[in-house]
Design a protein around this ligand. Sequence first.
Ligand code: FAD
Length: 638
Amino acid sequence: MPYEAEIKEVEADVLILGGGMSGCGAAVEACYWAKPLGMKVVLVDKAAIDRSGAVAMGLSAINTYLGMSGRASYGQWTPEDFVKYVRTDLMGIVREDLVYDVARHVDSSVHLFEKWGLPIWKDKDGKYVREGPWQVMINGESYKVIVAEAAKSVLDPENIYERVMITHLLTDDNDPNRVCGAVGFSVREDKFYVFKAKAVICAMGGAVHVFRPRSTGEGLGRAWYPPWNAGSTYALMAQVGAELTCMDVRFVPARYKDGYGPVGAWFLLFKCKATNAFGEEYMVTRKAEVEKFQPYGSMKPMPTCLRNHAMLLDMREGKGPIYMRTPEAIQALAEEIPDEKERKKKFKELEAEAWEDFLDMTITQALLWASMNIDPAVEPSEIMPSEPYFIGSHAGASGAWVCGPSDAMPDEYKDAFPALYNRMTTVMGLFTCGDGAGASGHKFSSGSFTEGRIAGKAAVKFARDHKDYTPAVSEERIKKLKEIVYRPLNLYEQYKDATTRPEINPNYIRPKMFMFRLQKIMDEYVGGISTYYTTSEKMIEQGLKLLQFLKEDSEKLAAEDLHELQRVWENIHRMWVAEAHARTILARKETRYPGYYYRADYPELDDANWRKFVNVRYNPQTDEWEVIERPYIQIVPE
Ligand code: FAD
């Protein structure tokens, strides 16, 4: 008997896919504008939004806060200052209109978080304690719970759908370039959901496990990026023909080894130094090599990828392990206090803050320290660059090419969009934000929430302007999609008895094995950890060839239950991200992001020819990809 699920149809004016930081921001703002107009906002997430997305475990700092109203202990930065900082960190190529737009609104989001109950550290004068120039420290274990509560309090409970995995976007039967909903399945019940809406906001985070991770065996899910964000945002937008940008700007964070604990507080707040095994500071000894990547190599602060590059130069020469010198940092801070009794007290305080930094956001790192008998005041800890991830809101920039605000977007970008609504993609009715909006990194949690607010407001405006529109999706298409979505369950049932071990079977492939195959291709051919992030034209071409075989085999994916069915769809989404990435780095003939990846055949940065966006677009009508180059346009002077 084929698997049967009831079809549940839900109609909305604005549909928000993903209830992470940006999805919650979109909900808060969209409801504010939609409710007085009698419009309906619906939010869907595959998890429970209290603890979903990248902030599920909590955070110890809010990384984007300008302090324009003077509430921080120092730094009253302007949006222009922020644009300059982001432009430098992302090696000179950003959408300055988008970055500026987030910057001018982000402080108000942080003030809302505080009002809703998020504890922000205060100094003796009652000012927010900064971690570094742009960050403020928080007691953020419950950060996501607080933000989700705000979203839940404005969304009516019947308009929140949790534990529903979105698999596909819906386009209008009469217009393939018009998005009008999405489909997905309940991961707990036998229910297939069909959501129809006038405007759709795609906010399902970034992507992990596209590349082979450093963790193995039982530790496989331990990555820096949360294992539950599998690239649905990029994949689904690509499938309906949305133009993607900066899919080459993968992110490789250098973090505490194996636990992936945060390093920000150690570097910025505790002024900790990192050295190689011989005590040499690679940022000092490798200065000349980093400066080859001019003008960015001598800019301050040093771009994240170049800091990785300096570390990798040491690692390649066998000078690792690389250590975070925590004892020296704690000692130096304590020694600033002349009185011995006070000094001891300070020492204890610093130790507690160090542990809290992990307990607030990466509890596993604290467990790892405990299990390895590491006392940070006594022993240094290893740090290491991780496998690559895709995250448009951090020190990466992958995402869709989106429309900017009407007062700041350069005219040259306007032609790409079917209509000019802030954060709408190149597909009519499809909006995105957070990790989904490309070329505008460094939004972090506060900026993603802010960008959600921007997208939420624009989506309501779009829905209001198209109030007479009714999505046209035939029953036949829904039936077909349902069949495709559940096919892996039926395939498994049909063939599971053909062998004695259900995971090894000539008739199907299980999602875990499929993921291993994808990761092997990406790792070996497209610049993963095993080649020290190095690739070349021929290698990428071979990788793309193998990805096509993988794509063919994706039709043979099988799932034992609904849980595994979710894994199937996550891996199909990852596969799309992989292809978009490979095609982009194939087209960019230079090494712009050393430390993130290297083109061995074009080892240098080439500003004269390549200071521009390399975008990719999948054409659903022809089943072909194209590369689209778009100019970088400077708005904020140096
Ligand atoms: P997320 O918040 O990740 O939300 C994505 C949502 O989509 C989730 O709820 C998920 O369940 C849902 N989803 C995914 N796929 C599907 C699907 N197919 N169907 C339905 N739902 C789906 N920022 C800071 O300010 N300070 C920090 O210290 C900091 N540290 C960080 C540390 C780590 C390890 C990471 C990964 C990020 C950190 N950030 C930090 C950045 C911050 O977490 C992100 O900028 C922010 O969460 C991005 O918001 P988002 O809405 O795009 O994605």
